[in-house]
Design a protein around this ligand. Structure first.
Ligand code: 5GP
Ligand code: MN
Length: 338
């Protein structure tokens, strides 16, 4: 993989680009994809954002979402565009299987792949150019740097600022995680100078729940959560029946795992959700308990040191029991955390 700086001169020649991110794109995946889209079209490139799957409705206010193609509901059209692309920008993931059913189409395309991402252990041989930096708060921070460092900061308009802020805000837990550096705040200051309406964005993302979602959360805390103080751990298991009963939509369970970490003394939080095709785990931790390693070792997943995901093909009850057995081996590590 060549460095991202070596790609900058190519920005001056017209090309066909596809921008994609991980399946079920979150605020950072969608924000970085759309910010890059609004940047590249100003340079005269032919650009399409292809999402591997659908995304949460609470992202639909973002400028440009109506142009995003959902691969799962438009396979033919999306495949043709991916096949014909010169470059495929891969944002907010670093290994192709995170694009789910889009993976074989990307693999078959002759397009050169460009990686811009902040997760651990990138699959660098897949990519022609790129940057992978786990110290970055968000892929949106990296897209900001990409635009500025390639000499185009004058092209940052209000649409780009809005999209970038969304990912910076969501991936830093509203600017509270340790990844929130001085550079992050300097970027926000710049975006504010451009006219960014940050309060509106917080409202769009966080004050947008259905009544069913709040009832679902109440039930989840009451009936689906187990607190294991002897492991400094809290775990929650959501059966499919809850998803149907409360009419949950994509994105409605996002952030739920973080509430478990708000319990005093809890350092490790885990939640498993019964999805159509698999049981999806989310892991969060405080301090030096590395959930990326935990997810990779036991649940076919990965992510960051303090936020990771994984999966299981067993039933919810079986995988929950597996989890409870596995953490026995981490008891001393977990209890020694401060
Ligand atoms: P979440 O729990 O919100 O789905 O994911 C937490 C973090 O871990 C995110 O940065 C996400 O991109 C990453 N992540 C989630 N699932 C996986 C996975 O299966 N593999 C890898 N490598 N990263 C994941
Ligand atoms: Mn991210």
């Amino acid at each position: 993989m060549q460095s991202i700086e070596q790609f900058y001169p190519i920005l001056n020649q017209p090309f066909k680009a596809v921008i994609t991110a991980h399946q079920k794109p979150d605020g950072d995946a969608m924000g970085s994809s759309l910010a890059l889209y609004h940047f590249l079209i100003q340079l005269g490139h032919e650009v399409t954002v292809v999402s591997p799957t659908n995304w949460a409705d609470f992202l639909n206010w973002m400028p440009g979402t109506t142009q995003v193609i959902d691969f799962e509901s438009n396979r033919k059209e999306a495949s043709k565009i991916v096949q014909d692309a010169d470059y495929i920008f891969c944002l907010d993931f670093n290994i192709l299987h995170r694009t789910k059913n889009l993976e074989p189409v990307i693999k078959d395309s002759k397009a050169i792949k460009i990686l811009i991402d902040h997760h651990q252990q990138p699959d660098t041989p897949t990519f022609g150019y790129g940057i992978s930096d786990v110290k970055m708060s968000s892929t949106c921070e990296m897209i900001y740097d990409f635009i500025v460092q390639s000499g185009h900061s004058n092209l940052i308009n209000i649409d780009i600022a809005t999209c970038l802020y969304t990912g910076l805000m969501t991936d830093t837990g509203s600017f509270r995680f340790p990844s929130t550096t001085a550079s992050v705040h300097k970027i926000i200051a710049h975006l504010k100078e451009l006219g960014l309406q940050h309060a509106k964005i917080h409202e769009h993302i966080y004050d947008n729940s259905s009544e069913g979602r709040l009832k679902f959360m109440g039930n989840a805390f009451l009936n689906r959560m187990t607190v294991l103080p002897e492991f400094k751990t809290a775990v929650m298991a959501i059966p499919k029946t809850d998803i149907y009963k409360y009419e949950l939509k994509t994105g409605d369970t996002e952030g739920l795992v973080n509430y478990l970490l708000s319990i005093e003394g809890i350092k490790f939080a885990a939640i498993v959700i019964d999805r159509e095709e698999e049981r999806k785990w989310s892991f969060r931790s405080k301090g030096n308990f590395d959930v990326n390693i935990f997810a990779r070792t036991h649940f076919e997943g990965g992510g960051h040191a303090n936020a990771a995901g994984g999966r299981s093909s067993k039933t919810v009850d079986e995988t929950l029991n597996d989890f409870k057995t596995i953490i026995e081996n981490y008891k001393s590590q977990l209890t020694q955390l401060n």
